[in-house]
Ligand binder design. Structure first.
Ligand code: DGJ
Length: 346
């Protein structure tokens, strides 16, 4: 009996031990434009995303795309979250906000467009606040809201809270960035509808609503999409793109020393060639910006996140993550087939 038990035990150990090994297989490199698997070996489904660092863990929030749907058939399923300590191996934290499949009148009714989620921590309320582009069901891309959902843990679940019109017009705004400054002030920077001016509005201290009027960011090229902002040595750097629907186009780079002042345009900061998709900088390697991650514990290290959109099969969209380098305080982003976080700034 004991022998049988021990043989069974070893068999189980081999089975689960083996599975465990596969599930835990450590990835050592980030491979731009190649399929990126989570720690369970499933493709990461977090498009148009952003990353929040909280208590030693990075949380990647992105668009959960529904399998079997094209963008035209409404592929948006909500916000999907993954967590990681090394920015390379990502654990699936699941769908932290879902569209509503039951209530047709809900703001999140299935058929709405829910894009580019970004999460910010509000230390005053000890609350995680998620923002996303929200086009109500049946409305299309003409008129937008910023949807807001809240959670008391970074890995959710998030509860839908309210929506507001960004940009100060009754058509709202499109692509956006939420930028939290050193003093905790949060700003909503977005392309305003319908005139495509790039605008900025300061949020209230709850981070729920813009507290006053928006103003135009002077010097930012009209119809700049996909804004991603960092502050480095007192300078705000904004990576973005032009506007071509789901199609890649040249990246745009602006800087300013005053968020509410005038920006300077520096052209396309990318260089090199994506050998996998055979695309160069005139197409931003096939990607469109979504966020810049400041790497914690490394000085002056930042990662640019881009999406490769696949509108016919959005769940197969891929990611391009590349290190940002600075020379003369100007950013540049060079293509790499693969790279290791440990080599950043070494
Ligand atoms: C570009 C935006 O950046 C995306 O988020 C998405 O809205 C597409 N346009 C839709 O064409």
């Amino acid at each position: 009996m004991n022998l049988i038990k021990s043989i069974l035990g070893s068999l189980l150990l081999m089975l689960f031990g083996g599975q465990f090994l596969i599930a835990q297989q450590n990835q050592t490199e980030i491979k731009p434009a190649q399929q990126w698997l989570d720690t369970n070996g499933k493709g990461i489904n977090a498009h148009g995303g952003g990353v929040l660092f909280y208590e030693g863990v990075y949380y990647w929030y992105g668009e959960h795309k529904l399998d079997g749907k094209s963008e035209a058939q409404f592929a948006d399923g909500g916000i999907h979250c993954y967590s990681s300590k090394d920015l390379t191996n990502w654990k699936n934290e699941g769908l932290v906000l879902s569209v509503d499949y039951k209530d047709e009148k809900s703001d999140l009714a299935y058929g709405c467009i829910l894009e580019r989620p970004k999460v910010v921590y509000n230390s005053k309320n000890k609350q995680f606040v998620a923002y996303f582009k929200l086009y109500l069901k049946g409305v299309g891309y003409d008129s937008n809201y910023v949807g807001v959902a809240v959670a008391d843990k970074p890995n959710g679940p998030f509860t839908y809270h309210h929506k507001f019109r960004g940009g100060g017009t009754n058509k709202g705004s499109g692509d956006f960035s939420m930028f939290k400054d050193d003093n905790g002030s949060l700003y909503h920077l977005a392309v305003r509808k319908p005139d495509k001016a790039f605008v900025i509005g300061k949020m209230d201290t709850d981070y729920y609503f813009p507290e006053g009027d928006y103003q135009v960011c002077k010097g930012v090229k009209v119809h700049s999409e996909a804004p991603a902002i960092i502050k480095r040595k007192g300078v705000y750097h904004m990576l973005g793109s032009g506007s071509k629907g789901w199609n890649p186009n040249p990246a745009r780079y602006h800087t300013t020393t005053n968020l509410l002042g005038t920006w300077t345009y520096h052209g396309n900061p990318c260089n090199g060639y994506n050998n996998i998709d055979k695309l160069g900088v005139e197409k931003t390697f096939g990607g469109q910006a979504s966020y810049i991650i400041p790497v914690h514990g490394k000085e002056d290290a930042y990662i640019a996140m881009f999406d490769i959109w696949k509108p016919k099969k959005p769940i197969t969209g891929r990611y391009i993550w590349l290190p940002i380098e600075f020379s003369d305080d100007k950013m540049s982003i060079s293509w790499r087939d693969s790279w290791k976080l440990s080599t950043l700034n070494d």
